[in-house]
Write a protein that binds this ligand. Structure first.
Ligand code: ZN
Length: 283
């Protein structure tokens, strides 16, 4: 069943204040979603006890992982110390099982010789994902970073060459080799590496407050660390480097380490069954 998106505007009236403070939430309250909130820029916000940054325009981001529990607690404290507690119901999603064969064995069970490189690259990636950039580029609607049929959706349980591995934390666009990759929203480049073990050509784009786009398997990169991009600016070219069985763009999204579904940031794209052009996967 297709769920309506972007309709869940929740208004939380804060009792006792002469002018009611409002909290607006935009986005689906479901597993794997990134939800954009807006409130008084001076308010304090926590989600399940974790302090949430609020931008000067009052925007904040809430991420719910693939296996998030059925509820979350949002607490907003206004400057006059009025406290509003809201229980958010987080809808469960059904996940596909995706079996992929023909993956080079070194990507399924990496040999000892590659483990040092994998560890070094893991540290490089962790250091390039700051969670404290108080920009709010994530608040805008996103566009697809490349055009083509979607060949892999977020959350699928992956079976590589018959062996169970991590779920698919991103969306795959089966664009041809050399196709243009563009910024789906404004952001700051935090990582631009041409040849990572798993990811091939890899770019991290920081949309603020720990919200990152990740672009994998690129054959060519047009940006460097520190570049400030606007929506639609070129990032690089689609490739098949790293753990890929064919050319495609893997677009992943993180919120302070929580993996979320980037396709939900595009207006009109549903979480289930509404992704256009599903066809054979190439991870
Ligand atoms: Zn992928």
């Amino acid at each position: 069943m297709k769920k309506p998106l972007w309709t869940l505007g929740v208004l939380i009236a804060l009792a006792g204040t002469p002018a009611l403070a409002e909290v607006t939430l935009k986005g689906p309250l479901e597993q794997g979603a990134l939800v954009v909130g807006q409130t008084d820029p001076a308010a304090q916000v926590t989600l399940d006890g974790q302090k949430i940054m609020v931008s000067p325009r009052g925007f904040f981001a809430l991420g719910f992982d693939r296996d998030h529990a059925a509820s979350a607690t949002l607490i907003v404290t206004t400057p006059d110390e009025t406290i509003e507690t809201q229980k958010l119901a987080i809808a469960p999603r059904a996940w596909n099982i995706q079996s992929i064969t023909g993956v080079a064995s070194k990507y399924v069970s990496p040999p000892a010789a590659d483990l040092i490189r994998i560890k070094r690259e893991r540290e490089l990636k962790a250091a390039a994902r700051p969670c404290d950039t108080n920009e709010d580029f994530f608040a805008e609607d996103f566009i697809w970073p490349s055009s083509g049929p979607v060949s892999g959706i977020f959350g699928s349980q992956r079976i590589f060459n018959g062996e169970k591995r991590n779920p698919h934390f991103g969306v795959d666009v089966a664009a041809p080799e050399g196709a243009l990759v563009v910024a789906p929203a404004d952001g700051i480049v935090r990582l631009a590496e041409p040849d990572m073990f798993y990811e091939g050509g890899l770019v991290f784009l920081d949309h603020g407050q720990g919200v990152f786009s990740q672009f994998l398997h690129m054959s060519h990169i047009d940006v460097k660390v520190g570049d400030r991009l606007h929506q639609g600016d070129p990032i690089g070219r689609v490739g098949k480097k790293g753990r890929a069985t064919g050319p495609h763009l893997h677009w992943g999204m993180l919120w302070c380490g929580t993996r979320v579904d980037p396709s939900l940031k595009i207006p009109g794209i549903g979480a289930e069954g509404a992704v256009p052009g599903m066809k054979a996967s190439n991870n």
